[in-house]
Design a protein around this ligand. Structure first.
Ligand SMILES: Cc1cc2nc3c(=O)[nH]c(=O)nc-3n(C[C@H](O)[C@H](O)[C@H](O)COP(=O)(O)OP(=O)(O)OC[C@H]3O[C@@H](n4cnc5c(N)ncnc54)[C@H](O)[C@@H]3O)c2cc1C
Length: 454
């Protein structure tokens, strides 16, 4: 039996932990957030209750395994006393990094730091009430540009249009580098906002780009059949405010702040479409236009967090380049020494940033876990430090961590607030508040085990 550290308790990390624990090993999980779940808790759209409740139950089952230990509110790297080196001193037999994609992708254009410019991840964390984003200012103006054309764009547009009590946008402009046939969202998700699609403006936009789209063999009259079925399903849909518009073949190139420091204009370069080996790309045509916007949200996917401490390359954490072994894409590799970091693995969105839904992350975590189990087979495992020694280290470093036995107190307190306030869900949005709620509840009822979410 060996001890494996899992860093990050999103779907990839938790399902990896389950598989490793079920193979008989001890698993110690370190998670930045107090609660487990990652984006399943703090990314998936707030009203998708059924999915969230189902996942929480599965996560609770993983944590209930006697050989799984949990240290929540413990970030690894990024200035935390819990560095990779500190973890190594506890002598784990293997480490699995499942920290997701916490780095922010930028386009490198002037003005990106202006007020009113946000990354989708941060904004999604904000409205899903993840500390500290939950209490940060994400003010929304009247004309909101969302860059990108995937499901995350749809979630954000839906939040701004349908569910956010504070935002009162008049127009949401979706800006995409490529054309209408490269839209990547699901119809089911778009159905939540299709009434707001300004069909007249959309027809004009198709007219504006039709020749450039035709140049790569696409026909704008087929858009309703292929990527915007709502147009066909509800052809006479009257426009419901706020309006949703699309601007295709446009790459943002500069953000211009106004005198108050907030974004006031966005320059977009006009693109041509290109086609190579069946793949549609784009290149700028040399002309550009300024759009009046007071809020901009980048929904272009995220990237690895370089501060975790793993070797990084252009595309993320570096993995074993030896393409002949199935475990290679999961094994961490140091390009400077040309050697593997033996026993160190990456899984999930940490391995493939912003790639796929929970099912894909789960699968990736389990495949990675399989490689870890193979690696441990027949190895003389080192005598790892017990969880109590790790707890002492965290205490010495003044880290207020949460154990798996603390979580039911928090969940019970949230359920209580939900009922008292007559809401369909309630989350505490501040770490200190969560920690003191747990402490108080433990003092009042030291026996609590399990919760309605188990
Ligand atoms: C806006 C949005 C909506 C989505 N909606 C859906 C949906 O409806 N249905 C669906 O199936 N999928 C959805 N997904 C995709 C799904 O959330 C992901 O596939 C999945 O969460 C990825 O899992 P992961 O474990 O790799 O990463 P994450 O879920 O990001 O988990 C990473 C974990 O690592 C922890 N962590 C990060 N850094 C550190 C650190 N330095 N030290 C310690 N711990 C750390 C975090 O606290 C977190 O718990 C959505 C994604 C987004 C962004």
């Amino acid at each position: 039996m060996a001890t494996v550290f899992v860093i990050g308790a999103g779907p990839a990390g938790l399902f990896a932990a389950q598989k490793i624990a079920q193979a008989g090993h001890e698993v110690v999980i370190f998670n930045r957030d107090i609660k487990p779940g990652g984006l399943a808790e703090y990314g998936i759209y707030p009203v998708k209750d059924k999915m969230k409740i189902g996942l929480r139950k599965q996560f609770a089952k993983v944590l209930s395994l006697p050989n799984v230990h949990y240290f929540g509110h413990v970030p690894v790297g990024g200035g935390s006393p819990v560095t990779l080196e500190a973890l190594r001193q506890f002598r784990p037999a293997a480490m699995v990094f499942s920290v997701g994609a916490q780095g922010t992708k930028k386009l490198g254009m002037p003005g990106e730091d202006a007020a009113g410019v946000y990354s989708a991840k941060d904004y999604v964390y904000h409205y899903n009430l993840l500390p500290p984003f939950a209490t940060q200012d994400f003010s929304i103006g009247k004309r909101v540009a969302i860059i990108g054309m995937g499901n995350v764009m749809v979630d954000i547009a839906r939040w701004l249009i349908v569910d956010c009590a504070h935002a009162k946008p008049e127009e949401i402009i979706v800006i995409a580098r490529r054309g209408p046939f490269e839209a990547k969202f699901d119809d089911k998700e778009f159905a939540h906002i299709h009434e707001h699609l300004d069909r007249k403006a959309f027809a004009q936009e198709l007219e504006r780009v039709k020749d450039r789209v035709a140049a790569v063999g696409q026909d704008v009259t087929k858009v309703a059949d292929e990527t915007f079925p709502a147009l066909k399903k509800f052809p006479d849909q009257p426009l419901v405010s706020p309006r949703l518009t699309f601007r295709f073949l446009s790459t943002p190139t500069a953000i211009h702040p106004g005198p108050d420091g907030r974004i006031a204009k966005l320059t977009v370069a006009d693109n041509y479409l290109t086609s190579k080996d069946g793949k549609i790309g784009c290149k700028t045509s040399g002309t550009s236009e300024d759009l009046d916007v007071d809020t901009l949200i980048f929904a272009i996917g995220d990237k690895h967090d370089p501060l975790v401490g793993l070797p990084c390359g252009q595309w993320g954490y570096v993995t074993n380049p030896d393409g002949t072994r199935p475990c290679a894409p999961y094994e961490v590799f140091d390009p400077e020494t040309g050697k593997l970091w033996e026993g160190v693995y990456v899984v999930g969105w940490a391995r493939n940033a912003s790639e796929g839904l929970v099912g894909i992350a789960r699968h990736d975590g389990e495949v990675g876990a399989g490689h870890v189990i193979d690696y441990l087979a027949g190895k003389q495992a080192p005598a790892s430090a017990p969880a109590s020694e790790i707890a002492q280290f965290l205490q010495r470093n003044h880290i207020r961590f949460v154990l798996k036995t603390d979580l039911p107190y928090l969940y019970a307190a949230e359920d209580n607030e939900m009922k008292t306030r007559g809401l369909s869900w309630f989350k505490f949005s501040d770490d200190d508040e969560m920690l003191s709620v747990i402490e108080k509840a433990k003092a009042n009822s030291p026996e609590l085990v399990g919760s309605p979410r188990d």
